[in-house]
Design a binder for this molecule. Structure first.
Ligand code: ZN
Length: 453
């Protein structure tokens, strides 16, 4: 039996923080969904829009979207808006968000029922329409992106984290979550494994002057539940409600941490850029991707191994850093991403982000410099051993390798994503550090991949 973290989620705890939490209520528990009408009632809605997708969702054998609609039927005029799936599922692209906005126009309350992508669309719609109340009913433990004010949207085919809006209330009903496919709930564990790699990326970026947003207490509010997550994960497959409650709580804390930080950096480092690239490749080829969190879990193992690789080489005396010129890197970025999009827009979007990172580095350090190993140690205390991550995934019955995902990622795509992930955006991670240290050559990438196997 998994134990609930002793700080069960209390929104009021974060009410006075510098960047206030817009989330006003969080309901986690067995009958959390039944409290939905009470959350909506105060706004005396005339038009209520329930936004969902066509994926079946069940609570005790009952269709969840229909249950939500019937719970709300006494409160106002309830309309169901279903977001349309494209090739490989629902995508949070401009067209899909615009269609959802058209369907939800004029609503005084929006209730989004779904997992990660639908939630991202719901937050974007509520932001765009300034809907008075937005309640998010999460239907899986798939990601940590429910409880924050940002959405991952597709811009020119590139996944971009975009400021949208906090849901006013979040509902994580354990009976509804227990009905989600076990693989989808296990994906939430994978997404949470980023807590063992991303904060170290965030810390080293901060120490090197590449990120001003780092905050130790924001890292701690999630990281202190690390062992509880690893302990609960193996019980998820049996839909153990106590384990579901632990995961739902920590996923919410992780979302709030991103919201408080004003960036996804506390929960998104190199492991996420690897995963984003793999998803982008699949989208462009019209293929289905594995669940985001499942992919992040396998990528977290790779990121932890990159950290290990860098630390070994720095311990052996390698400290010289060199930042290459724009003229050298622009062709490299265009070459890395050109094949994904014949129009060139995607590669240019990546280059815009990467160029900002290079410029910031030169502003702080010039074209070359030396790494202080003490800074690397400071960041590395936030890491977990790669083997511990692999073990947690294996014990839970979750994929630990890209080749084990459903569908599997082929070795060529995995290698491409790992080798080029630092070129995708302006966020500085351990892979940028490896690259500037001169240890991100093909042989280094192969060594990390071999260690994962
Ligand atoms: Zn994620």
């Amino acid at each position: 039996m998994a134990e609930l973290p002793d700080t069960a989620f209390d929104v009021r705890r974060y009410a006075s923080t510098a960047r206030p939490v817009g989330l006003r209520a969080v309901e986690i528990g067995t009958d959390a969904l039944l409290r939905l009408p009470a959350l909506i009632e105060p706004v005396t809605p005339s038009r209520i829009v329930v936004l969902s997708d066509a994926v079946p969702k069940r609570r005790h054998g009952q269709e969840a979207t229909a249950l939500v609609t019937s719970l709300l039927s006494g409160l106002g005029d309830v309309h169901l808006v279903t977001v349309q799936a494209g090739a490989g599922g629902v995508h949070a692209d401009e067209r899909t968000v615009a269609a959802a906005c058209a369907g939800a126009a004029g609503a005084s309350a929006l209730v989004t029922v779904g997992s990660g992508t639908v939630a991202d669309i719901g937050k974007a719609v509520a932001a765009e329409l300034r809907t008075p109340v937005h309640v998010l009913v999460q239907t899986a433990l798939s990601v940590n992106g429910y409880a924050d004010d940002q959405s991952v949207l597709l811009v020119d085919g590139v996944k971009r984290t975009t400021p949208t809006r906090w849901p006013d209330a979040l509902i994580a009903d354990t009976q509804l979550l227990a009905g989600a496919p076990p693989e989808l709930n296990l994906a939430g564990v994978g997404d949470l494994l980023a807590m063992f790699t991303a904060p170290a990326d965030w810390r080293i970026a901060s120490l090197l002057g590449m990120d001003d947003s780092y905050a130790e207490d924001i890292v701690a509010m999630v990281r202190e539940h690390g062992q509880a997550v690893l302990a609960a994960a193996p019980s998820l497959r049996q839909a153990d409600t106590a384990a579901i409650e632990v995961l739902a709580t920590v996923l919410t804390l992780s979302g709030v941490a991103m919201g408080l930080a004003g960036t996804t950096a506390p929960a998104s480092g190199a492991e996420h850029t690897v995963s984003h690239l793999i998803e982008m490749a699949a989208t462009r080829q019209g293929r289905r991707s594995a669940y985001h969190g499942a992919q992040v879990g396998a990528a977290a193992v790779l990121a932890a191994l990159v950290w290990q690789h860098v630390r070994e080489r720095v311990r052996a005396g390698l400290v010289l850093l060199r930042c290459p010129a724009d003229e050298q890197m622009r062709p490299a970025v265009l070459q890395a991403f050109g094949a994904l999009d014949p129009s060139g827009a995607l590669a240019e979007e990546c280059w815009r982000g990467y160029r900002r990172k290079l410029a910031r580095w030169r502003e702080r350090h010039g074209a070359s410099g030396r790494l202080d190993p003490a800074q690397l140690d400071d960041a590395a205390r936030l890491l977990e051993q790669p083997a511990a991550l692999t073990t947690a995934l294996r014990r839970s019955g979750a994929p630990a390798l890209m080749a084990e995902l459903d569908p599997p990622v082929d070795p060529r795509t995995t290698r491409w994503a790992l080798a080029n992930c630092h070129l995708m955006r302006d966020r500085f991670t351990v892979v940028d550090l490896a690259f500037f240290l001169g240890i991100w050559q093909p042989a280094d990438v192969d060594a990390v991949l071999a260690a994962a196997r």
